[in-house]
Write a protein that binds this ligand. Sequence first.
Ligand code: FAD
Length: 445
Amino acid sequence: MKRKTLKGVFEMSVSRRDLLKATGVGVALAATGGAFNFTFAKTTDTLNLPKPSKGSPRVVIVGGGWSGSTLAKYIKKNDPNIDVVLIEKNNVFMSCPVSNLWLVDLVDLEFLIHDHLKAADKYGYHFVNAEVHDIDRKKRVVYTSLGKLHYDYLVLATGIDYDYSQWVGTDPKDIEIAMKRYPAAFKPGEEHFQLKKKIRDFEEGNFVITVPPGIDYRCIPGPYERATLIAWYFKQNNIPGKVILLDPHNDPPVKAEGFHKAWNEYVKGYIEYYPQTDIKEVDFGKKRIVTSLGDFDFTDLNLYPRCKSAPLVYKAGLVPKGDRWPALRWPWYMAQADERIFCTGDARNQPFSKSGNTANSEAHIVADLIVKLAHGKSMDYKPPRTLCYSGVDKGKAVWVDLTYKYDPKKNEFAFHNVKMDNNPTEANWKAYLEWAKAMYRDMFS
Ligand SMILES: Cc1cc2nc3c(=O)[nH]c(=O)nc-3n(C[C@H](O)[C@H](O)[C@H](O)COP(=O)(O)OP(=O)(O)OC[C@H]3O[C@@H](n4cnc5c(N)ncnc54)[C@H](O)[C@@H]3O)c2cc1C
């Protein structure tokens, strides 16, 4: 059995420049007029950034993922006079899309990693590598780990958080176990490294993967793609293990035919799929999941629970009591409680699928909207697009492609122009990788 170790994977795959950033050298640079030295400040001091030119608004974007990175570039492209500050807590961009392929060595880490500073330099926005801890909506100030900053418009492109209350409860010790020992790996960054190590270290037994209920979780086909590819990895490496996929849905909500084909033909014997399975409890001590279908013992577990808004969206007071997502004025992404704040990407709820392509195409629209608002203009509604590929075998993929319709009278969205290809083909696999490259180019080149 050929087993690789994770040793050095990160170091080997990330450029020296990225590592310098990761160690804090050049921790934040501004781009207008070239890079400048950043002085570390107390979090109550104002961040040392050049002032916006007279009469120009400042747009602060929190979160440099698929949504925030696209927004920063396209606001500047649409109006170079607007001052744009992108604040991101991670040193480098790591793509969640295609990461399931990386988990099982079908692409390199370089494919997923991209450079914020290069894009900031090229398009003239400021990139600040810091975490935003709080927002004062009255003063229009964000408080970051490096200092505070005033905004005219604020975009919260903060992605998702995990909601463990349904399955694990609310005891912080249990939540800690869930997060640290059995990470969902549906947020960019270190969780993915942990999961990759688990897959490589897996000797035998049941590798349980969970699908969250509903369809407001990040990347609807993501857990099915992951389960299929981990089963493929076990088969490929003769690992006497099985993926047990526990799903509360009747069937995968998208690309079901493609996944079933893979489970029946490519990874048969390495995956067991249990639909209509509601998880009641996770017993970490006994390594057991209690479900409506009976108990499942796990050797290892990839626990993907229900999703909710990132903590900052709650802190800003934008999430109504009892809800998990901010209340927005559709179709404009604007917070109901504050017309200076927008929530984009996976930080907003359905009706849009939480996907990278949706976040990217929607960010083009919101960039246009913010520039128009800044100039006192209005704009017609445009729908985003969800194009999403899933790998189901080495060199084979399936896809779904759709847009949305908005009905202003009912204030409702509906799927529009739905196309799907459930035939796992090599052409689809190539298109998957080309799609990702085109997206990375759109955000960073
Ligand atoms: C395994 C996996 C596979 C996927 N596959 C696909 C696919 O094939 N196709 C597809 O279209 N989509 C896919 N997705 C979904 C896609 O990754 C997300 O929909 C997309 O990342 C959403 O973009 P976002 O900008 O809203 O969130 P993110 O990309 O998560 O970005 C949010 C950013 O905000 C930062 N942040 C949060 N809070 C703060 C704070 N307080 N201060 C500073 N920074 C902060 C985070 O560090 C993060 O970088 C997949 C996701 C996963 C996990």
